[in-house]
Design a protein around this ligand. Structure first.
Ligand code: BES
Ligand code: MN
Ligand code: ZN
Length: 490
């Protein structure tokens, strides 16, 4: 797995600054006041910082902007990065400012003079989140990032918070790696193996194989994988850190390791992007990793349907009718609307087996959600206003975009089939909503449920605040916070 930059928090040591190697980061607010660390750097560089401020440089800088002083006189460091950020910056702002530094982190490491800022841990988290690159499939010497040293005034007081932040970053990186992996490497078997490896973190892992899925009657899930040489699997991750007997929160993820569309084959252009179609499962696995790493005091179970959607002589045909674990029959009009088939059975299994207090599913489900919301927000669909409110609040606090979408009977009507209980597609209009309506048919009565369509946010073509272009890990932070708010009190 891509290991996050190692981060250490130490007491500020001004006398050490002259000999620090790598980069030194100095934080300055709009008022241009230098803190003790900045004053020392200024002195050592013979007034370079003061000259920069006097020249009015800060005037056209906004929070998160960085100006770099390269090869400064008087220091061993290769660069001084002057980051514009207010002392009192809130979580997301501090994180995003940190991310600007993370972008500059190289193998020689960075020392951050963070004695004044009120949220040094968020700054640190931003640095670590942004300093990501997926190099597992490249040969040659890959540049690993160096160590990040935060100099603060009272290191001991923030170490607990820092540990939790490190757990989050590791969960996010785990998700990004999974999403970045090509499908010949991340097969269903390999995905299950990586999940199984998390047993050593204290998670209880069960992998259900095809014969078991058949005996459970998961005809919807299984029909998706019929055309593939890779076996369909369901992996279950249990983290029971809460009170014994408390109903868990269930997280369910779509894990289509590659989506060709099946017999309803996708066009060639851009098909390679469908390596990310396991993004929902990737987020579920990442959240479970974070919860285990930080030993969360709540009960959460993660379930992912791992399957590959390929065309072959054994593949499901358009027009085939399959029977779900619930017992309802589905006419598969379009084999490319496979995610909902995967989720239907895994969600049903989650409810039957765990009687969860609430269920959240995540999936790169529809292209239509990208048309609607672009790459800034995931689509949120729910039957429960409280769960939705709590989630939207958590997502906002973490700086992860999410926007609620409508549902309703009229959309559900689009799923009527001539020959089965339902079709797997509605028409083009409101495609993300009819997909959500399909899922809702597999939600049991009174079950608080939320569906997150992450097709637009799981992997993106340009840099985001927290990540370079590619896999984002969207949702790990928001769900981790939701678990903390919902199950762990404070
Ligand atoms: N995996 C796709 C959705 C998707 C599209 C994810 C683009 C990420 C980027 C999904 O399985 C799919 O193919 N959906 C179809 C549904 C349609 C056939 C009703 C779609 O969105 O076109
Ligand atoms: Mn598809
Ligand atoms: Zn898909």
């Amino acid at each position: 797995m891509t290991t996050p930059a190692s981060t250490q928090i130490i007491e500020i040591d001004l006398d050490a600054l002259a000999d620090v190697t790598g980069r030194i980061a100095v934080l300055i607010g709009k008022d241009g006041k230098l803190d003790s660390g900045a004053r020392r750097v200024n002195k050592l560089t013979k007034g370079a910082l003061a000259r920069m401020i006097e020249a009015g440089t800060l005037e056209d800088m906004k929070s998160g902007d960085v100006k770099t002083l390269a090869w400064p006189t008087g220091l061993k460091a290769e660069a001084v990065d002057i980051l514009c950020v207010e002392r009192g910056a809130k979580e997301v702002e501090a994180r995003k400012a940190g991310a600007s530094l993370g972008k500059l982190l190289d193998k020689k490491g960075m020392t951050v003079l963070a004695a004044q800022i009120r949220r040094p841990v968020d700054l640190m988290m931003g640095i670590a989140l942004r300093a990501y690159s997926f190099t597992a499939r490249k040969t040659g010497d890959q540049k690993a990032v160096g160590e990040v040293t935060l100099m603060v005034s009272k290191p001991d007081e923030i170490e607990v918070e820092a540990e939790a932040a490190r757990a989050v970053v590791e969960g996010v990186f785990f998700t990004r790696d999974l999403v970045s992996e090509p499908a010949n490497h991340l097969t269903t078997t390999e995905f299950a193996k990586r999940i199984k490896d998390m047993e050593k973190l204290g998670l209880k892992i069960t992998v259900l194989e095809e014969d078991k899925l058949e005996s459970l009657g998961m005809g919807c899930l299984l029909c998706v994988g019929l055309g593939s040489a890779s076996p369909t699997k369901v992996a279950v991750m249990e983290w029971m850190g809460g009170a014994k007997g408390d109903a868990p929160l269930a997280l369910v993820g779509k894990g289509v390791v590659f989506d060709t569309g099946g017999i309803s084959l996708k066009p060639a252009a851009g098909m390679e992007d469908m390596t990310m179609d396991m993004g929902g499962a990737g987020v579920v696995a990442g959240v479970m990793r974070t919860l285990a790493l930080r030993k969360a005091k709540g009960n959460v179970v993660g379930l992912v349907g791992l399957v590959e959607n390929m065309p072959s002589e054994r593949a499901t045909r358009p027009g085939d009718v399959v029977t779900s674990m619930k017992g309802d029959t589905v006419e598969v009009i379009n084999t490319d609307a496979e995610g909902r088939l995967v989720l239907a059975d895994v969600m049903w299994y989650a409810q039957e087996n765990y009687k969860p207090r609430a269920m959240i599913d995540l999936a790169t489900l529809t292209g239509a959600i990208i048309v609607g919301l672009g790459h800034e927000n995931a689509g949120v669909f729910s039957n429960d206003d409280t769960l939705t409110r709590d989630f939207l609040k958590a997502a906002e606090a973490e700086g992860e975009g999410a926007w609620r979408m409508p549902m309703g009977q009229a959309y559900d009507d689009e799923l009527k089939s001539q020959i089965a209980d339902m079709k797997n597609v509605g028409g083009r209009p409101g495609g993300s909503i009819t997909a959500a309506q399909f899922l809702k048919r597999f939600v049991q009565e009174d079950m608080p449920w939320m569906h997150l369509d992450i097709a637009g946010v799981a992997s993106v073509k340009s840099d985001t605040a927290y990540a370079p272009k590619g896999a984002t890990g969207w949702g790990v932070m928001a769900l981790n916070r939701l678990v903390a708010d919902m199950l762990e009190g404070d």
